[in-house]
Design a protein around this ligand. Structure first.
Ligand code: PLP
Length: 266
């Protein structure tokens, strides 16, 4: 069967972010997505109204059902919602339920792009310290990078997260809306190995971080080297963001929804 990526993610009913973004991105990358649902959020393209996290045992049992059944070739996590869910995922690695050499893309979701809470930031940050050592690739936005590393400087922050155990860290300035083009830095084992500059498209996008991390996980599951997976994901992102849907007029405080099938449409 196609390479399988097991995702741990939350449901976003607007379909822009979360598990739907993961399923569409992983499918687009050529892999198959299986999902352990870690939370159900209440949100629109404009704001988060609330969420209910799944219990750690519920998420664990979903994950084990998949791990005992399908040939899981990569793991991706997004919104986990509670410190218990973060600790539970770390324990799946620690106990060997997830094979040690399985690539793991960790998108350390703390808040939604729209600013809405997706968990208690301070306690999530503390709990992530136990999960970060299992990450093949950490994909923080600049807010998450600063919160997790305690460093203001992006380069120092990336180095610190490598020192905390992440094998690689991909830093993007995409959420810094006052910056011009988007800088993307890849740190591997504390060294910057790649820097790319991507054009900034107009508008704010809902689920762009989820899409990027999931597409990379899909390519890693299929055997791509890390740098090739990231370059393929960057190209795909430009296509799906350029074709994003705008649910409201430009004046409304609404984010655009990436069209993750844009590369398949005639
Ligand atoms: N996961 C869920 C369930 C979300 O609702 C969100 C944001 O709304 C995210 C992840 C992170 O989204 P983004 O990719 O926009 O950072």
């Amino acid at each position: 069967m196609r390479a399988v990526v097991l995702c741990f993610s939350g449901l976003d009913p607007s379909g822009g972010a979360g598990l739907q973004a993961d399923i569409e991105a992983i499918g687009s990358s050529g892999a198959h997505a299986a999902v352990a649902c870690s939370a159900i959020t209440i949100q629109s393209s404009q704001q988060v109204f609330g969420f209910e996290a799944s219990s750690a045992s519920l998420v664990r049992d979903q994950a084990l059902a998949v791990l005992n059944d399908l040939p899981v070739a990569a793991i991706k996590s997004g919104m986990l919602g509670t410190t218990d869910n973060i600790a539970m995922l770390a324990s799946l690695f620690k106990d060997g339920a997830i094979a040690a050499n399985t690539p793991f893309v960790l998108d350390p979701v703390l808040v939604a792009n729209s600013g809405g809470s997706l968990g208690d930031e301070a306690t999530l940050v503390t709990a992530f310290a136990d999960l970060i050592p299992y990450a093949t690739l950490l994909t923080p936005n600049t807010h998450e990078l600063r919160a997790l590393s305690g460093q203001q400087d992006l380069h120092e922050g990336a180095k610190k997260l490598c020192a905390q155990g992440a094998k690689a860290v991909l830093v993007k300035t995409s959420h810094d809306f006052d910056s011009g083009d988007i800088d993307q830095y890849l740190y591997v084992e504390g060294e910057m190995v790649h820097h790319s500059i991507l054009p900034r498209l107009e508008g704010e996008f809902h689920g762009s971080g989820c899409s990027l991390a999931s597409y990379i996980a899909g390519r890693l599951a299929q055997g791509d080297a890390l740098i090739d997976a990231i370059k393929a994901a960057d190209n795909w992102m430009q296509t799906i963001l350029a074709a994003a849907d705008q649910p409201h007029s430009q004046e409304a405080n609404s984010q655009l929804i990436p069209n993750r099938f844009a590369d398949r449409q005639p």
